[in-house]
Design a protein around this ligand. Structure first.
Ligand SMILES: [Zn+2]
Length: 164
């Protein structure tokens, strides 16, 4: 039986950024939510350049640190839930593919670039996606993401109560 531990999300990687944080237009440094002053009309970085809302606009690159960390987390996790997505927007759409590749799913037994993973990609989406058709995900639970994730949380809570 699989034991599901209740854990708070301790670290969230915001691929599209956040309106609650700022990023420097010059040096790329970021200011965390608690460091942002709402008193300043145009907050400045320690390097003197302007800080913008830390959101990714059309044709802007995803912050490198977020891309790097998401790649690492995508290979370190055991279960990857792919929710509410068409799985067609890159580079994020490559996370499940890389997880499957490094887990030996596409090329069994091959250690790709010295990295091995043990990831089970599972989709919760309204419709099948390219990663469904490519057999990258192990399962597709089809429906509304908000409803299905709520049911998963409820049922895992009920399973925990039965265990204790
Ligand atoms: Zn700066």
């Amino acid at each position: 039986m699989v034991s599901i531990e209740r854990q708070e999300a301790r670290r969230i990687l915001e691929y599209q950024g956040s309106i609650h944080t700022r990023r420097c237009l010059s040096c790329g440094s970021g200011l965390a939510r608690e460091e942002v002053s709402t008193d300043e009309l145009l907050p400045l970085c320690k390097c003197g350049a302007a800080l913008k809302y830390d959101v990714v606009h059309f044709k802007e690159p995803i912050p490198f640190d977020v891309v790097r960390e998401s790649e690492e987390e995508g290979l370190r996790c055991n279960l990857m839930l792919i929710c509410g997505t068409s799985a067609e927007v890159y580079p994020c759409a490559n996370r499940p593919r890389m997880a499957r590749l490094h887990s030996g799913g596409l090329v069994p037994g091959v250690d790709v670039m010295g990295r091995k993973a043990n990831v089970r990609p599972i989709e919760v989406n309204a419709d099948a996606t390219p990663i469904t058709y490519e057999n990258v995900s192990d399962y597709l639970t089809q429906g509304k993401t908000g409803e299905i994730l709520s049911r998963i949380v409820e049922e895992s809570g009920a399973a925990r109560k039965q265990q204790s």
